[in-house]
Design a protein around this ligand. Structure first.
Ligand SMILES: Cc1cc2nc3c(=O)[nH]c(=O)nc-3n(C[C@H](O)[C@H](O)[C@H](O)COP(=O)(O)O)c2cc1C
Length: 212
């Protein structure tokens, strides 16, 4: 069975087994690989393909349908976020999901380039405890959110949070205690635009073997 695409852009199936949504492969396949040693290698190959496909087809979305995102979907996305790597496995992150339109409008108004947060069904504010590698840790979790949301057919855009003057007012608005830094604000919702793949630097330009 070959790889197939649904109209929403999800990838189905593959040569190794019954169809799964991308998100199912993220969640199920690693466990299967451990339990079913005979199938393990094949399963890992499928995971690789589907995960890379999600990376290849994700795009920033800045136009959203006026539609609430179901709580279960948001929980699955944040569940993926918390699995990100972090230095010494400290996991310094906290995720504040804002669905209230009034609060989203206030957040949007505070940002420089995130006015669309007022229109998306939800906004995830990624804060991290002020530990040494909080920025890398928080960024890894943020990327997990972008990919998990995309795998579920939702759109996102990473809105800068690091060292932004609006970090403190956003923290105050959301009742974040002292000692946490804003890493990112993520708009999350049903896409109302079909963003075409756009220019990424070519592999041959960025890949260096052994030396720069
Ligand atoms: C650290 C960071 C900060 C960003 N800040 C903003 C922002 O404030 N507003 C915005 O519209 N997009 C923002 N973006 C999204 C980028 O513009 C986008 O990722 C880039 O243009 C590449 O497009 P793509 O995400 O579709 O691949 C940010 C992305 C990153 C990684």
């Amino acid at each position: 069975m070959g790889i197939q695409r649904t109209p929403a852009g999800h990838v189905w199936g593959g040569p190794f087994g019954p169809p799964h949504f991308v998100i199912n492969l993220f969640e199920i396949a690693p466990r299967r690989g451990i339990i079913d040693r005979k199938q393990g290698r094949e399963t890992r190959e499928v995971v690789l393909l589907e995960a890379i496909d999600a990376m290849k087809t994700r795009r920033s979305i800045r136009l959203y349908e006026e539609k609430a995102v179901p709580r279960e979907m948001i929980e699955r996305i944040i569940d993926a976020a918390r699995l990100a790597p972090s230095a010494n496995n400290i996991q310094p992150w906290e995720f504040i999901v804002v669905t209230d339109p009034g609060t989203r409008k206030k957040i949007a108004g505070l940002t420089d380039y995130g006015k669309f947060i007022a229109q998306s069904g939800a906004c995830v504010a990624v804060f991290a405890k002020d530990v040494k590698h909080y920025l890398e840790d928080g960024s890894a979790a943020t990327e997990n959110i972008l990919l998990a949301a995309h795998a579920l057919g939702l759109g996102t855009c990473w809105v800068a949070g690091y060292r932004k003057t609006y970090g403190a007012p956003v923290a105050e608005l959301l009742g974040v205690p002292e000692g946490f830094n804003l890493v990112a604000l993520i708009s999350l919702g049903y896409p109302a635009e079909r963003a075409e793949p756009h220019g990424k630097r070519d592999l041959s330009e960025v890949l260096h073997w052994e030396r720069f």
